[in-house]
Ligand binder design. Sequence first.
Ligand code: PLP
Length: 391
Amino acid sequence: MEPIYLDNASTTPTAPEVLAAMKPYFTDTFGNASSVHAFGRESKEAVEEAREKVADLIGADEPREIIFTSGGTEADNLAIKGIAMQNREQGKHIITSAIEHHAVLHPCEYLEEYHGFEVTSIPVDEEGLVNPLDVAEAVRDDTVLISIMLANNEVGTIQPIAEIGKIAQQKGICFHTDAVQAVGSIPVDVNELNVDLLSLSGHKFNAPKGIGALYIRKGTRIVPFMHGGAQERGKRASTENVPSIVGMGKAAEIVKNELKEKQEKLTRLRDKLIEGIEERIDEVQLNGHRNKRLPNNVNISIRYIEGESLLLNLDLKGIAASSGSACTSGSLDPSHVLLAMGISHEIAHGSLRLTLGKYNTEAEVEHVLDVLPKIVEKLRAMSPIYNQKEA
Ligand SMILES: *Cc1c(COP(=O)(O)O)cnc(C)c1O
């Protein structure tokens, strides 16, 4: 069997149609989008067409509300630092949640450490949900920004962003959402969500890595942090990455057209995985909300087993997954997301994340449901705690 890729929350393959759309912009149409000659104008047109497609995908009123960046991380940084700097005379208080991606948490920490900001972190319940009332209560006279993610990258929980946006609107506070995991998986509309800023990233929906965008609602003022040329209406200097921007536009167009179908298919595969695992393996726990959940996310803790050994064994069988302990960062600390949900260290260490993408099939899911229980059985047989419990 071909290797099975179930780590689509980390990244997705670039779609062949996307690559094909990009190709001419490396060679034939290589002009600098800021140049006035025909080469430049052609690139500029391609960039603007892509901007329209991205704007269209997220329901923005105007393409000019889209600023292309180098990815989701840069979009988050631009939103948070840019709004903080813009409004620092009005106040230095930011509200965010305990389960944000590091691309949001670390810019907030930076603002605290170097610019005298104060950050309030809203806790989540055991399913990973933020309560909008907690956000309302945390608002102060000096609050200048609220940043809460639309969908979590580890457990897939979808937050009540529209409700939080209402609160932000009523209080006149800028509201940013990191929608990197949500865009391309569920419908995302900036007006329905009541957001002023929204981050997205190409490589999470079958565009290449290294390209992203920040939606900035018309009228929202922001201080840029990439200084140089006047590209992206002065909000993000540097020669436009034309091929990648074209790729992201193409991916946005494709996913907009296939979203309903994709969502239905992934939900079906997701539920087959969850139910199959719960049927075949005892003492498992689904992490995150059962329904308010991304259609492609399965996050499950399997007791008496280390997520790391599970990953390695799955990898040996050609199945690529991810775990809830951040071994990639060189530490074995369990994820801040699982801990914020009140999950014990032990359970968090046994967590496994399987994230689906547009190319996964029913047969692959069935194969995983065949292989995974055998690996669990083998690992539990070697586990002293499991054997103690059995004895
Ligand atoms: C992947 C991801 C990011 C970072 O995006 P990059 O394009 O890889 O920089 C930010 N936030 C969330 C929720 C993500 O899943």
